[in-house]
Design a binder for this molecule. Sequence first.
Ligand SMILES: Cc1cc2nc3c(=O)[nH]c(=O)nc-3n(C[C@H](O)[C@H](O)[C@H](O)COP(=O)(O)OP(=O)(O)OC[C@H]3O[C@@H](n4cnc5c(N)ncnc54)[C@H](O)[C@@H]3O)c2cc1C
Length: 448
Amino acid sequence: MFAQAAEITPACSILPADTEDVVLAINIIREAGATFAVKSGGHSTYSTGSNVENGIIINLSQLKNISISQDQKSVTVGSGCRFGDVYRKLEDLKLGCVGGRVLSVGVGGLLLGGGISFFSSERGLACDNIISYELVLITGKVLKVTRESYPNLFWAMRGAGSCFGIVTRFELRTFEMGKIWGGTRTYAHEHESAVLDGFDKFVQTGAATDPLAQAYIVGTDAAKDGNCIYSVIMSHGSPEEPPVFDDFKQIIPLETTTQTRTLQDLCDELDTHMKPGIRYYIFALSIKNDRDTLKEIINLYTEGALLLKDQHDFAPAFVCQPLLPSMLPKDDIGNAMGIKPEDGPLILFTPVWRWTEKEHDDSIHKAANIFMEKAEKAARARGTFHRYKVLNYSTGHQDVYGGYGEENRKRLLEIRNKYDPDDIMSKLRPGIIQLLPNNNAGKHGRNM
Ligand SMILES: Cc1cc2nc3c(=O)[nH]c(=O)nc-3n(C[C@H](O)[C@H](O)[C@H](O)COP(=O)(O)OP(=O)(O)OC[C@H]3O[C@@H](n4cnc5c(N)ncnc54)[C@H](O)[C@@H]3O)c2cc1C
């Protein structure tokens, strides 16, 4: 949990041991009209995502059951699991599932907001690999949501899941998996051009030639002198280093960790474990893949970061992830996010403004917001802006569901009206990003 969320004081926390406890809790909360939050792994990217001032936290961390089906084609996981728990259990059987890229990230939030995995090019997003949900509605009713039982709700859960109730368990598709190849190659700023060229080529054409390959970029250190250090995180679903990354091989790295290893080992290396005391301001921006737009956005980000270079505690980063057409749902149901193959590869640009001193909140929010406005304007001017905002990397005030397209938002609202006609969920759980824009999310701690 990051520092601004830790400054919120809930009235109490409930630790349900099973689904019946969740039903009991929700019935009491609804009848009392109490405000509440739901917490799985606690990695929410804004302060009120899984915390609530003076309200009740339903902390799902005890729901840790993991059971593998007899035919080993699926695994049912409690919402309180971290992906590390799941991978440990599956690895013994040489199985994998489409989930997070660090061990500590929570199953609940990641699966309900989309979920980009090392296997997404081949198998789609994590949310599109869910077979069923056990969902507790605000009425206290428990539904087993599958594509057959509640087709509309099943569609809505894929990308907007947290708006419909509390999920107590997920049934996930599994696949056979041995060792994989992957790790990080870190490059000095002098190689920026070559790194961005290599990434652009991978996103534009390379990824399509090898669906087992994945790559994303993390830029750090810009606040020191405007020169970013680039880490390229690359992986392949087989134990071999694939030729698709040959361009990166030509660039001399500062350091490299790429090797043949287990999924757990790779996810452990990448885990930042959300160290306490760090303040974050994270938000989501999507552009169509275009090398020039990306470079302009990185320049704007660097300009913004440099304004704050005298603040000793400021350590910004950005993450640049491709959302490829091959990651879109592979079945006829689709998902709620409204991205079409013709949108082409998208680049999900996530600035992660990090600092420790509360007194710097205002100056950092100001610089971050100015950057965001300029970046969006630059992308719009080039015709490369895309409305999609990744829920899992958004901040509280972003209109995520508007970014799914107005037609999809309308359908989501109709589905919500069916299961929660009085919209009790958003009244009692005001801290989360709602289907209609909501100014309360993220308000506490001012990371909005
Ligand atoms: C270190 C780190 C690594 C990450 N790695 C990845 C990655 O590899 N791929 C990726 O796509 N994203 C990644 N993310 C983003 C991540 O998916 C989101 O932050 C996600 O929301 C975290 O889920 P959580 O359960 O840990 O967090 P929480 O704060 O517990 O939950 C996040 C949100 O989901 C809601 N929620 C959680 N569980 C339930 C439930 N059972 N029922 C209803 N609502 C629920 C919460 O109320 C909250 O609003 C990462 C984030 C961090 C900080």
